[in-house]
Design a protein around this ligand. Structure first.
Ligand SMILES: [Zn+2]
Length: 343
């Protein structure tokens, strides 16, 4: 005869710290007992409450039973992550960092699990229900829409950089311009950029391929932003998806400022090695990686790579001595013709 399990029995089991998974699978459960079991399973699958939006939980991995993975994906903490992804997508679209269905976002929510954006959806108009759950091989485990085609790069970053909680990829025009000409933005010009950004440049590969992701992942140990040649930018954060997005804003504003600086016809004033050393010290206290940390002061402010570009971007001013006679002759010719007609 199959045993009958009541709600009271389950309550007592939970009170004594027992595991509901030890209950016999072939037992008959009363309706109240079924409800209690469901709650208990959801509780077990839920990552510990965290003040951050990461919802990162080492407790859940792709090896957990599907019901637990589904419960995680439906949990409040995951909903919060989904809402934050939608919000960041909206900001990216409003600032014209993405167009069409470009750009993608991922947030780590388990040992080898991430919530990510769907494919073929504008980042400006996403809904939490559009999100997908994937394992670190890119297999989709939950969500009704198909996951982004560029997810492998995000997952490879997370696998290589254990501190990466969130990754954001988009195509902001100024930063992408630097990526297209294969130029890392110059350094030693603006304090915020020095402190919050560590930029590297990865060679071009077809977007969405393992090869592309590997080239980016190779750089995330010492950099939190990677320019992808002829493509766009990806940034990671150890805190949250919003923080990863902030990196994007800082980079894009900086690249725009550099282009304005380059057009002013005067060489920029750059930081001294001591000034940059002070900024790197702040960066170190914030635990932001930078390959220059520990480098000798004398080698810190090497901007020679970009200076030729700056000089080329400043057009030579017209020489009045050359143009003046031509202009005068033209005015004289027009005046003569008008006077002729008036006669
Ligand atoms: Zn892209």
């Amino acid at each position: 005869m199959r045993p009958v399990i009541t709600a009271k029995q389950i309550e007592e089991l939970l009170k004594s710290g027992g595991d509901v998974r030890t209950l016999p699978a072939d037992a008959i459960y009363t309706p109240l007992a079924v409800d209690l079991l469901r709650d208990a399973e959801r509780q077990a699958a839920r990552p510990p409450a965290s003040p951050s939006d990461s919802a990162a939980s080492k407790a859940i991995s792709s090896k957990n039973p599907k019901a637990e993975i589904d419960a995680l994906f439906a949990s409040k903490s995951c909903l919060h992550v989904k809402e934050q992804i939608c919000e960041v997508g909206r900001r990216m679209w409003q600032r014209e960092y993405v167009d069409g269905n470009g750009g993608n976002i991922a947030v780590r929510v388990g040992e080898d699990l991430a919530v990510c954006t769907p494919t073929l959806v504008s980042k400006g108009f996403m809904h939490p229900d559009d999100m997908c759950l994937v394992d670190f091989d890119g297999n989709q485990l939950a969500g009704t829409k198909g996951r982004t085609s560029e997810i492998l790069m995000h997952l490879q970053i997370m696998a290589r950089q254990p501190r990466a909680v969130a990754t954001v990829h988009c195509h902001p025009p100024y930063a992408t311009g630097f990526a297209i000409v294969g130029l890392e933005p110059p350094t030693c010009l603006v304090p915020e950029y020095e402190i919050f950004a560590s930029v590297a440049l990865a060679p071009y590969r077809t977007p969405g391929t393992l090869g592309m992701g590997k080239l980016v992942a190779d750089l995330v140990d010492q950099h939190n932003i990677v320019l992808m040649a002829n493509h766009g930018v990806v940034a990671w954060s150890p805190k949250s998806v919003e923080d990863a997005y902030f990196k994007m804003e800082i980079l894009e504003a900086y690249c725009r400022t550099v282009l304005v600086t380059a057009q002013l016809g005067k060489p920029p004033n750059t930081f001294t090695p001591q000034q940059i050393q002070d900024l790197l010290q702040i960066k170190q206290t914030l635990d932001i990686p930078d390959p220059r940390i520990g480098v000798k002061e004398a080698n810190l402010c090497d901007n020679t790579d970009w200076r030729p570009g700056v000089q080329c971007a400043v057009p030579a001013p017209p020489r009045p001595a050359e143009s003046a006679p031509d202009t005068e002759a033209l005015i004289q010719a027009i005046t003569d013709r008008i006077m002729e007609q008036l006669k």
